[in-house]
Design a protein around this ligand. Structure first.
Ligand code: FES
Length: 137
């Protein structure tokens, strides 16, 4: 994996953004990765149709934690529909059905993961949890 990508992932892993619970959340969704036993819980609060706050807790590898951290940054401020579109787009990237953004976008740091099929779930875990949360609310 390119040095720059590793740096971005490690930065989010060591200093996760939006880490912690949200009080009285509109979304609280827990998801387990059965392949390794790692888990994530995502939280969100809406202001009307907008994601006003998003956060996560859990434990897992650097990829899962970095991906969750990036996801929360990306989804705050999005409408429900916009958040769903972001999640779908990210999942398409991880299956190779959509191009990753260029290097200015931090998500590009995750593109090397698709070469390691067993790690793809690490990257998509929190995004799937958020989608499930949206589906249930
Ligand atoms: Fe468990 Fe990545 S190894 S989430």
């Amino acid at each position: 994996m390119r040095e720059l990508y590793t740096q971005v992932i490690m930065d989010h892993y060591k200093k996760p953004r939006n880490h912690g619970e949200i009080e009285n959340p509109d979304i609280e969704e827990h998801l387990l990765n059965p392949l390794c036993g790692d888990e994530v819980t995502v939280y969100a609060k809406f202001d009307g149709d907008k994601v006003a706050e998003a956060s996560f807790t859990g434990r897992g590898c650097s990829i899962s934690q970095a991906s969750a951290s990036m996801m929360t940054e990306r989804l705050v401020g999005k409408s429900r529909e916009g958040a769903e579109a972001e999640i779908e787009s990210f999942k398409n990237m991880m299956t190779g059905d959509e191009e990753f953004p260029d290097d200015e976008d931090e998500l590009a740091a995750l593109k090397g993961i698709i070469q390691y099929p067993s790690r793809i779930r690490c990257a998509t875990l929190s995004w799937d949890a958020f989608q499930r949360g949206l589906d249930g609310n």
